[in-house]
Design a protein around this ligand. Sequence first.
Ligand SMILES: [Zn+2]
Length: 79
Amino acid sequence: MIALKQEILLVPMPDLPGIVHGLVSLDPPKVQCDGCGLVVTGESLAQTVLLSGVRFDFRDGYTRRLCVDCRALELGSAA
Ligand SMILES: [Zn+2]
């Protein structure tokens, strides 16, 4: 069973130097939503990036990494 831990941080965590935006920790791997501050922690980097749902969207020009709820709120759907 794959476990993803979720928590809300009201302050944005800084990006790691040289790493794509939104990945705020590599050990353990964490991604953060730019909208609500949701931080998802997984067991591996690939698992965290692929399964967290916190991702970029072409509709905002791939500038913000958003969770499912924030994409629905800000972009009109969770697609
Ligand atoms: Zn969010």
